[in-house]
Design a protein around this ligand. Structure first.
Ligand SMILES: O=C(O)[C@H](O)[C@@H](O)[C@H](O)[C@H](O)COP(=O)(O)O
Length: 261
């Protein structure tokens, strides 16, 4: 069951990051109040890390009970542990090292010098098993019901490491797969698949900057998910596009209310 995308457009990328961070704080606090914990999937890239940096600076940041938050990743660049290009390295720099998370609840994807060596497919299978272990009877399939799954949107409409026309975006069974020959470096990655993404309660797509305007217009115009993976990213309860005015510049005005003042 798809959920119709809801769009919120902010004046610029800084405001989009700050507003998205405030939205995430509220969502996590509500989940923790109602269920005792929260589960969030992070994304790499400038917009994803910009949101984390804004969250680190947010006055209400510590309304979150950091010890009761599970963090997962939508994808990872398959590089050695500590490589500055790894999404988890950048997330640690932007936020994670500044807050008292429970290390047992920070679920980084394997590195290329980890227990699976340079085998990205084995690393992907191991992460799929970790997700399945965390899934409960109330969840939809072998992944936990993520409260919020965030996805940066690439200029080619890729999300996570699901690139147009490549095998990973066509996966309908497995929840995590290895990616080889990705057009965005590095070429080898590990990624959640669309079935795993769609298990999330809410999917938030982050798109800021002129370079995302065409991708947003394509993904929101009814394009197919193989040609435009962002078009296939939706949550069970909510699909939310968070854009700035530049990224929304090619969208029909009827699709969204005026940008915030
Ligand atoms: O590993 C990655 O690079 C990301 O997970 C990728 O999916 C990213 O979110 C998009 O490419 C958008 O990146 P920007 O926000 O930097 O444009």
């Amino acid at each position: 069951m798809t959920t119709t995308p809801q769009l919120v457009v902010h004046r610029d990328k800084e405001l989009m990051a700050q507003a998205a961070a405030a939205r995430l704080i509220t969502r996590i606090v509500d989940a923790q109040a109602s269920r005792g914990s929260a589960s969030v999937v992070l994304t790499g890239g400038r917009n994803g890390n910009g949101l984390l940096a804004a969250l680190a600076a947010a006055p209400a940041r510590d309304a979150i009970d950091w010890g009761r938050l599970d963090l997962w990743w939508g994808d990872e660049r398959f590089l050695p542990e500590g490589d500055p290009e790894r999404n988890v390295t950048q997330a640690r720099e932007a936020l994670l090292d500044a807050v008292p998370l429970d290390p047992e609840r920070v679920h980084a994807m394997p590195a290329s010098d980890g227990p699976h060596g340079a085998d990205a497919d084995a690393a992907a299978a191991a992460y799929a098993e970790e997700l399945a272990r965390a899934a409960g009877p109330e969840n939809h399939g072998p992944v936990p019901a993520f409260d919020v799954l965030m996805l940066g949107v690439g200029p080619d409409t890729h999300v996570a490491s699901l690139f147009p026309e490549l095998p990973a975006v066509r996966e309908t069974e497995r929840t995590v797969v290895g990616v080889h020959g990705a057009p965005k470096p590095p070429p080898t990655r590990v990624t959640l698949t669309l079935p795993a993404i769609r298990a999330a309660r809410e999917v938030w797509l982050l798109a800021a900057g002129e370079d995302k305007a065409e991708a947003a217009a394509i993904a929101l115009s009814g394009a197919g998910e193989i040609q435009a993976p962002a078009a296939g990213a939706y949550g069970r309860a909510r699909t939310l596009w968070l854009l700035d005015a530049a990224a929304a510049s090619q969208l029909p005005r009827a699709l969204y209310p005026p940008a915030s003042p």
